[in-house]
Design a protein. Structure first.
Length: 421
């Protein structure tokens, strides 16, 4: 006779949030959070997360791409696995829950199942990806692309702002570039992928809904656009000006107009002006474009409209437009069977909460204590207080699910095909 898997408690939630706070201290910044791929901070959080995985009763390892992984066997050895997880790297000036929460929730879930003595009909694995954001080397999803078996040899020559190549960073981290293929997983080794993630928007919170189910992962394309004109003194007459910044500004508002009309999501989050002097007409402007849609065809049609409009703007202003695509990820529809299972779990959770009168009610639960494991020497100089600007403690969550066995190489915007044995 087996025992039931114990339900989540306030104590579990408090431990997860305390661990989020602990990982937030591993930052390359003295003010704010930044943790990039193959850095000292990456090594430190892998070490700490591995300790939590082991304490939960899981077998742990770091894969050939620097992802921290764990496994709980099923009823018999060698079963395919349901993969849980998210990423541990961050953007600059990051929050403390993006990605990290999904890893820590997965560890808690696996620990509860391990403690119940009730083996599953499949194995359970966790992947804490080392790179999703692409902050250091400018190319996103390096951790999950290694697991998906779609690593590109051209990436070895990517360099960070300090001039360090990806190959050099691998070696400094203790990884062998020649063995990165060992991180790849075959589809038959996995039964699906699930990820808990904070809502990256206000909808659930505004509607006072704690949980939601993701139906699909938007397809994304990213571009670096350059508008070139002619630098000149601020006294130059209007008729002689070729102002790259004025042209770029019109381009950006046009992108917004087209995206709204076509039902797309478009973001210009980076802009750089040359020569960037108060009394000099800008001669060149670089800006980014992140374009997303649930359907790749709609996204691509939107880009065609945007590119044509921007070209016309620059021609009218006697400017030159260059566009360089730096990233593309296909849209992915989440598996209906997994979505239905998650929706049923949410309804069950809401029903329990209604009976208890408060979500996660657990009378008598003790406040958790979180022992700090010994830190590796690599991280001692990098432990700094992170940014204290937190999300609200009762942050809305959404559950991100993937199709059961996605074809190799197919990737999406938020939760790529990710895995490990």
């Amino acid at each position: 006779m087996t025992t039931a898997v114990p339900s989540v408690s306030d104590a579990d939630a408090a431990v997860i949030l305390a661990r989020c706070d602990a990982l937030a201290r591993h930052s390359s910044l003295t003010e704010g959070i930044e943790r990039t791929y193959l850095s000292a901070e990456h090594a430190a959080v892998n070490y700490r997360v591995a300790g939590w995985m082991t304490a939960a009763g899981l077998t742990t390892w770091q894969d050939a791409a620097g992802n921290q992984c764990a496994r709980l066997s099923g009823r018999t050895r060698g079963l395919p696995a349901l993969l849980l997880g998210s990423h541990l790297d961050t953007v600059r000036a990051a929050g403390r829950y993006d990605g990290i929460l999904g890893v820590l929730v997965a560890i808690t879930v696996a620990g509860r199942i391990a403690a119940s003595g009730r083996p599953l009909p499949f194995a359970l694995e966790i992947a804490a990806f080392g790179d999703e954001e692409g902050t250091r080397f400018g190319t996103t999803l390096l951790g999950s692309r290694a697991v998906a078996g779609t690593w590109l040899e051209s990436w070895w020559d990517l360099r960070d702002e300090g001039g360090v190549s990806l190959r050099e960073a691998f070696l400094a981290f203790g990884l062998d570039p020649a063995k990165v293929g060992d991180a790849a997983r075959a589809p038959q080794e996995l039964v699906g992928y699930l990820e808990a993630h904070i809502e990256q928007g206000p909808v659930l919170e505004e509607e006072n809904r704690a949980l939601g189910v993701v139906t699909g992962i938007a397809g994304a394309r990213r571009f670096l656009l350059t508008v070139t004109g002619a630098a000149g003194h601020s006294g130059t007459p209007w008729s002689r000006r070729r102002d790259a910044l004025a042209g770029a500004a019109e381009c950006i508002t046009t992108i917004e107009r087209i995206a709204r009309t076509e039902g797309l999501t478009a973001t210009v989050g980076h802009l750089k002006v040359f020569p960037d002097a108060v009394n000099v007409i800008p001669g060149k402007v670089e800006f980014s474009l992140d374009l997303r849609a649930p359907d790749d065809a709609d996204r691509d049609r939107g880009w065609t409209l945007i590119e044509a409009a921007l070209t016309d703007i620059c021609a009218t202003r006697v400017l030159h437009l260059d566009s360089n695509q730096v990233h593309e990820a296909a849209a992915v529809a989440c598996a209906p069977r997994l979505r239905a299972a998650i929706a049923a779990g949410i309804r069950s959770t809401e029903a329990v909460a209604a009976r208890q009168g408060e979500v996660g009610s657990d009378s008598g639960a003790e406040e958790p204590t979180e022992p700090a494991p010994r830190e590796p020497a690599l991280d001692r100089r990098s432990r700094r207080d992170g940014d204290r600007r937190d999300h609200r403690r009762r942050h809305a969550l959404c559950t991100l699910c993937r199709r059961d066995q996605p074809p190799p190489g197919r990737v999406g915007d938020r939760g790529r095909r990710r895995s490990r044995r």
